[in-house]
Structures are given as structure tokens and as C-alpha cells.
Design a protein around this ligand. Structure first.
Ligand SMILES: Nc1ncnc2c1ncn2[C@@H]1O[C@H](COP(=O)(O)OP(=O)(O)OP(=O)(O)O)[C@@H](O)[C@H]1O
Ligand SMILES: [Mg+2]
Length: 370
């Protein structure tokens, strides 16, 4: 299978730098997800790999062979988009076989491929039908089958599931993972949905404004985000960020209370740093920083000796078997996931699991490695 290398790639449209000096490598048989907010350059980058977009700088290599100037037809890549286009006048089987006929693949081989596709995607009776009336999930399966039967060197998928409803999406995600594992085909999958990325990816390439922010496995990215953007983009509910400053008063650290739009007390709240956190704060030696902690690592009370702040519960509810509580400091709302549901209005200690507390530079958002 093909190794994809992207080296120092840039794409500029007039005054927009859609892809900014980006380098990465996708190993043979790997499934890499390009993840990032709308407009960060995911599609543009994928189109460069497919040969549909010429970069303004940099190189693309398949198996160390330069393909940067080659047309899409000379790259043998398959691309599937959000909105499927199937030939309405052809049956499902004819749609799937189309790229094979176009390449003059022998009839017997086409038959074998169609049997494989029918069985793998459970298309059975649908094979003889016209695609028009098929539900969106089935259409997407046909598009996928058509993409993979010709054994492309790379499979490129641009938000292929985002037009499907949630239930279909889960099924298709599973099918896709299975397909990719069975065929071992090197795959790039574009999405702005972090859940999709986390569940599918061998590795995630997180992008922002055309730049690569972090390139890591899902677990690594969740545990060690490189900066505040990565920390916020991955994980649900999103990470809490508390602005903290040093104080000359009795409590050495205070959580800022800056937003005044919300009702409620607007005074800074002491952060009681555990000895472990206090040592880390000494190491970074800043008077201001941003503390990041995921709701999953923020409970109530607890005897674990973690760092804490005293807060009022403004909201408490249960989702599935997770409890969540919200509290506000100076108008900013934060969330935690306690073992037991507190009463709304109760005054509690919100306690952090210290091992999972991240410290970020208040100005740049970079994570301190302490
Ligand atoms: N053909 C074009 N001409 C001019 N600007 C473009 C063109 N294609 C993309 N852009 C701009 O380049 C940037 C990146 O766009 P791109 O479509 O690659 O983002 P994306 O990450 O795929 O976003 P989305 O999640 O919305 O699909 C955006 O600012 C977009 O407006
Ligand atoms: Mg896009």
C-alpha cells in the first residue's frame, strides 16, 4: 500500500492562505483524519493530494515518488465526498462496475469485484436497482464500493458521512473502519467532527488556519494537547479553561472573574492549589496562566486531595449515567462530572484530578510541559 508524504505544502488563493507550509506523512495502510474547524483548509489539502488543486508551494509524494504535477487520473486515487454523485440511469451494480469497465478490466474480474462488493456492503437485492430512490446511507455505500473496487492507491474521503442522520452515521462509521482494516488501504478522512475523528483515526492531523497544530493518535491528543486550541477542540463536553492570576492577598492564586454580563457575584475566587500543582506553578514561574481541566476530571469534594475551588452549583443533571454540574465564576460557566449529583444552589468544593490538570500560557495558549 501507498505511503503519502506531504512536504512543506502551501496553497494561496488571492489573499487567503488556505494551506500554510504543512508537512505530514501517512504510513502504508494507515487511516489518518484531517480535523479542524470550517475553513481551516482540510478540503483544499485533500484536493491537492487528489490532484484537483495545484499547490502554490511544496511537494506531494506517493511512495517517495513525486506526484505534485500529475493529473488526478495519473495518481490512481479514489475520492468520496459528502454529496454522492451516482449515475441515475445505471443500476447499482453498473455504477460500481463503471470505473472497472472504463479501465478495461476483464469481465470475470469485474464479476468477482461485484460479488465482493455486494457481500461486503450487504447490497444484495439493491444491486439491480437504480440508485435514485435508495436511502442516503445506501447511496454512500455504493459510492464507497465504487471507490474501492478499482483498488486505488489512496482512499480520500471528504466528510462522507455528514449528510447522513446520526444512526446511519454510526453504522457507516463502523462499516468504514471495517472496510479500511480489511483492505488495508491508506486512507485520509476529512471531518470537522471530533467524535468521528476520535472513533476512526489511527492518527489525527489537527488543523487551524491552514496550519498543522498537532499530529498524534487520538488518545495522545486527548491526554496531551499541544495548546489550548487542541485542548478545546478534542473532548466532549469541552475542557474548562480558568484564567488564574497571582494575588498578594491571603490566597496566593485567584480565578479571574472578568465577564460581567451574567448575573451573580463578580469577584475572583481562590484556587486552592494542591502541593503537586503548587510545585508545577513554581516551575513555570508565571503570575498569570490558564488552567485547563476536562469536566471528566472535575468532581465534587472527594478525598483525592486535588486542587479545588469553592463554588455554587448553578445547574445539575444526568445524561445517560453521567452526572454533570455547572458552576459559574464571575459569569463564566464551567462544568464538572461528579460521582453523585449535587443539589442546585449547593455550595461545594469543585475538585480537580491533578494528573489531568493542564497549564497553558495565558497569552499564546501553548501548553507548559510541566
Ligand atoms: N477556490 C477557492 N478560491 C478562493 N478561496 C478558496 C477556494 N477554496 C477554498 N478557499 C478558501 O480557503 C480556505 C480553506 O477552505 P477549505 O474548503 O479547504 O476549508 P475546510 O477546512 O474544508 O472547511 P469546511 O469544514 O467548511 O469544509 C477558506 O478560507 C476558503 O474560503
Ligand atoms: Mg471542506
Amino acid at each position: 500500500m501507498t505511503v503519502l508524504s506531504i512536504q512543506d505544502l502551501s496553497v494561496q488563493f488571492d489573499d487567503v492562505v488556505a494551506v500554510n507550509q504543512l508537512s505530514l506523512r501517512v504510513a502504508s495502510g494507515e487511516l489518518v483524519v484531517f480535523l479542524g474547524p470550517s475553513g481551516c483548509g482540510k478540503t483544499t489539502l485533500l484536493r491537492c493530494v487528489a490532484g484537483l488543486q495545484q499547490p502554490t508551494g511544496g511537494h506531494i509524494l506517493f511512495d517517495e515518488r513525486e506526484v505534485t504535477g500529475l493529473s488526478p487520473a495519473d495518481r490512481n486515487v479514489a475520492m468520496v465526498f459528502q454529496f454522492v454523485s451516482l449515475y441515475p440511469h445505471l443500476s447499482v451494480a453498473e455504477n460500481i462496475a463503471f470505473p472497472l469497465h472504463a479501465r478495461g478490466v476483464p469481465k470475470a474480474e469485474i464479476k468477482t469485484s461485484l460479488e465482493w462488493a455486494a457481500q461486503f456492503f450487504k447490497l444484495g437485492d439493491l444491486m439491480r436497482r437504480r440508485p435514485n430512490r435508495l436511502p442516503p446511507g445506501d447511496k454512500q455505500k455504493v459510492a464507497l464500493a465504487r471507490a474501492v473496487v478499482r483498488k486505488p492507491s489512496l482512499l480520500l474521503l471528504d466528510e462522507p458521512l455528514s449528510a447522513l442522520d446520526e444512526q446511519f452515521r454510526e453504522d457507516m462509521r463502523w462499516e468504514l473502519g471495517k472496510l479500511q482494516a480489511e483492505l488495508g488501504i491508506t486512507t485520509v478522512y476529512v471531518t470537522h467532527d471530533q467524535r468521528e475523528a476520535m472513533s476512526l483515526a489511527d492518527r489525527i492531523v489537527l488543523m487551524r488556519d491552514g496550519k498543522l497544530i498537532q499530529n498524534a493518535g487520538p488518545a495522545e491528543m486527548y491526554a496531551n494537547p499541544v495548546d489550548r486550541f487542541a485542548a478545546y477542540f478534542i473532548g466532549s463536553p469541552p475542557m474548562n479553561f480558568l484564567s488564574v492570576h497571582r494575588s498578594s492577598g491571603r490566597a496566593p492564586w485567584l480565578v479571574d472573574a472578568e465577564a460581567a454580563e451574567w448575573p451573580g457575584p463578580n469577584s475572583a475566587v481562590p484556587l486552592q492549589a494542591s502541593p503537586g500543582l503548587a510545585a508545577r506553578l513554581d516551575k513555570i514561574g508565571r503570575d498569570r496562566f490558564t488552567l485547563g481541566v476536562r469536566p471528566q476530571h472535575l468532581g465534587i469534594d472527594g478525598a483525592n486531595g486535588g486542587s479545588r475551588i469553592a463554588v455554587h452549583v448553578v445547574n445539575a443533571f444526568t445524561v445517560g449515567h453521567d452526572h454533570q454540574f455547572d458552576f459559574s465564576v464571575g459569569g463564566t460557566l464551567y462544568s464538572g462530572m461528579p460521582a453523585a449529583l449535587p443539589a442546585i444552589g449547593a455550595r461545594v468544593d469543585a475538585v480537580m484530578t491533578d494528573d489531568h490538570v493542564h497549564l497553558f500560557d495565558a497569552d499564546t495558549g501553548d501548553r507548559f510541559d510541566v
